[in-house]
Design a protein around this ligand. Structure first.
Ligand code: TLP
Length: 345
């Protein structure tokens, strides 16, 4: 039976070209700064997102943590969305390891945070309050339907941040998906932020790795923080070789994932008992709800599991499916047939 794995774009495997490049990668000890393949990737990543420098890190989670720990000291505060990955799914690292206080405000359905809400959350200079240092944004916004946030929104948040002397960090795990969906150069989405991370190991198909990007000065501090967290690795060229190809060869094919996600969403919209907010579907992530009482969420998962369809459950009756380079349009068609059968069984 063919398995159609829609749990996440993190399940993507390195392409044959990546495996070849990994085999032939020129290597050195990256803690000495001597891995030529990694140095090349770091330069390339910085150029792509329009920042002075970049640093290869093992994961998006570590990249976000490095950035927060580099921006903020113990007892300082970060403003972030209640649906953000950094708040919901990064094990509370900023508090656990940094003594940093998350100040949560609501994410709107499109993944933005209201400018008035951000402004209201910024603390006055008063010894009773933690000092606000940083605003964190996410693009695409995973929990808010993979939505793509516009450069205008970033510019408004940046104006606010400048006014209050705050920095902005972007969790851009899927920033290239956002750029593709909005049909803009990725730099338009990154120019208003001080720092960002993006992931090589999601829709771009590299096996491991994320990039932290920012000014030279910031990256020099981040390098030390990566070491503190145990993220200084050695012959990282075997990771960077695939990462370079992720940037060079995998970004331009992302529209295919978006169009597959759209077809999947449109198909689901036609299946009685399921509900989906079609205008929310902008990139490679879709969420839908079970609204029928003819079967339970467990039954739906079990029936589809028997047919080889894997996907995620994010709330009791809410599910997520993510398209990626391992999913072809035929897989979307079969998935829709299977969902319809599962709903009618
Ligand atoms: N997201 C994963 C899971 O953790 C949910 C996924 O399958 O979507 N920022 C965002 C917006 C993310 O979606 C993720 C991973 C991360 C950061 C963390 O990246 P990794 O997994 O490399 O630590």
């Amino acid at each position: 039976m063919k398995i159609i794995d829609l749990r996440s774009d993190t399940v993507t495997l390195p392409t044959p070209t990546m495996r070849e490049a990994i085999y032939h990668a020129e290597l050195g000890d990256d803690v000495y700064g001597e891995d030529p393949t990694t140095n090349h990737l770091e330069k390339l990543a910085a150029e792509r997102v329009g920042k002075e420098a970049a640093l290869l890190v093992p994961s998006g989670t570590m990249g976000n943590l490095i950035c927060v720990l580099t921006h903020c000291a113990r007892g300082e505060e970060v403003i972030l969305g209640d649906q953000s990955h950094m708040f919901l799914a990064e094990a509370g690292g900023m508090s656990a390891l940094g003594g940093i206080f998350p100040h949560i405000i609501p994410n709107q359905p499109d993944g933005t945070m209201g400018l008035e809400d951000i402004e209201a959350a910024i603390r006055a200079d008063n010894i009773h309050f933690p000092r606000t240092r940083l605003i964190c944004l996410e693009n695409t916004h995973n929990r808010c339907g993979g939505s793509a946030l516009s450069s205008d929104y970033f510019e408004s948040v940046a104006t606010l941040a400048r006014h209050y002397g705050l920095k902005i960090h972007l969790d851009g795990a899927r920033i290239f998906n956002a750029a593709v969906a909005l049909k803009v150069n990725v730099r338009e989405l990154t120019r208003s932020v001080d720092t960002l991370i993006f992931c090589l190991s999601k829709g771009l198909s590299a096996p491991i790795g994320s990039m932290v990007c920012g000014s030279q000065e910031f990256i020099a501090k981040a390098l030390r923080m990566r070491k503190v967290l145990g993220g200084g690795m050695r012959q990282t060229g075997i990771i960077a070789a695939a990462g370079t190809l992720a940037l060079d060869q995998m970004v331009d094919r992302l529209p295919e994932d978006h169009s597959n996600a759209r077809s999947l969403a449109e198909g689901i919209a036609d299946i009685p008992g399921l509900s989906i907010d079609l205008p929310r579907v902008q990139t490679n992530i879709i969420y839908f709800d079970l609204v029928s009482d003819r079967l339970t969420a467990e039954e739906l998962i079990a029936r589809l599991g028997q047919k080889g369809i894997k996907f995620s459950r994010t709330e009791p009756s809410r599910f997520r499916m993510v398209t990626h380079c391992g999913i072809r349009s035929e897989d979307i068609a079969s998935t829709l047939v299977c969902i319809r059968e599962a709903m009618e069984e």
